[in-house]
Every structure is written in C-alpha cells, then in structure tokens.
Design a protein around this ligand. Structure first.
Ligand code: FES
Length: 189
C-alpha cells in the first residue's frame, strides 16, 4: 500500500471515530431519558399510603419501654396476634404514627404486600442501592424474596420492586412511658 493510500485510510478511520464520538452524548441523553421514563413508569401502579389510615382494633400488647427506643432509627420487633411487626423511632412525624413532645414513632406489619414474605429492616444504604435498586438516606423495610422496598419515613410506601400496596401500619398508644400496639391498618378500599 502506498503512503497516500495509508494516509487516506487513517483519515477515514478518524472520520468514523469522530462521528461516533459525536453520537455518544446523544445516545447518553436517550439512555437517560429512557431510564427516567422507566423510573416514572414503575411508580405509576403503586398505591400511596393513606394520610388518614383506618385501623382495625387488635388485642392490645406492650411493645417496648421508651428507653429501649432512645436513639433515632432504633427499632423493636414484636408480634401482633402472631403477625410479625416492627416499631421505629423516627426523626419526624409520619402519618399513622404516634408523636408526643419531640419523639416520633411509626410501626408496621412485617408481612410483605407482594406475596407475604417477612420484610427486614435495612439501613445499609449502599446495599439497598445495589441489591434493591433504590437510593435512600433513611432506613427501609426490604423484602429479600423479590426485592420490594417500603419506605419507613413515607408511611410504608412501596417505593421499589413488585409490591404495589404500602405495608400496613400498626396503631400505637403510649401509656406511662410504654408503647403499646392496639390495631392494624385496614386494606385500602
Ligand atoms: S414477597 Fe416481598 S417482594 Fe415478593
């Protein structure tokens, strides 16, 4: 191959490379728009927690002394009529929860609304992002069966995964520095 031919070949390769480099931002923008659309779409079928939950009365049981939930995001597990449940101390009021003075609590069933597995509290934000495809800065309830995530600070909203219904809240009462569970949120009509 003569030198002019070689130069022509090199400049042709460069032209192709430059053409592709120009396409990259466009492809990135299309990919970003597609991802944003997917993120929007996957929330469309989810039901938001009611701001005024209706509770069905349950046999009153003691959950914990307040001293056991002294730090923010501490939690205590308990059973409500054999149903596993959990209460969190949270930094701000959550609808359906209990607040007094500057202390706020919210309790949930631990039965996943997708197919009934037991959800677990999870505060490893990096693991939640990688394993559950959900970015958060607050602890969540996560289901290892099919990777649904329920946001504690959003009143149990199903924020990721196949679950569409929020996780039911447990009605709380306070008596002499002790928390009690007294009811379970009814399913939305
Ligand atoms: S049972 Fe929880 S995500 Fe399927």
């Amino acid at each position: 191959m003569s030198d002019p031919d070689a130069k022509e070949l090199v400049s042709e390769e460069r032209r192709k490379l430059v053409t592709w480099l120009w396409r990259l931002p466009v492809l990135a923008a299309i990919g970003g728009a597609g991802f944003a659309g997917y993120e929007f779409y996957k929330h469309l079928d989810k039901t938001l927690p009611s701001k005024t939950p209706v509770f069905e009365p349950k046999t009153k049981i003691e959950i914990a002394e307040l001293a056991e939930l002294a730090s923010l995001w501490s939690f205590a597990e308990f059973s409500l009529e054999y149903m596993p449940a959990i209460v969190f101390r949270v930094p701000a009021p959550v609808s359906g929860g209990l607040s007094f003075e500057d202390k706020h609590f919210i309790a949930f069933s631990r039965i996943c609304t997708h197919m009934g597995c037991i959800v677990q509290p999870n505060e490893n934000f990096e693991a939640i992002a990688v394993s559950y495809n959900y970015r958060t800065t607050s602890p969540v309830l996560a289901c290892g069966c099919h990777f649904s995530v329920f946001a504690v600070d959003k009143a149990g909203e199903a924020v990721s995964g196949p679950a569409t219904l929020p996780i039911p809240r447990v009605q709380l009462e306070l008596e002499e520095n002790r928390l009690y569970a007294v009811g379970l949120e009814q399913k939305p009509a």
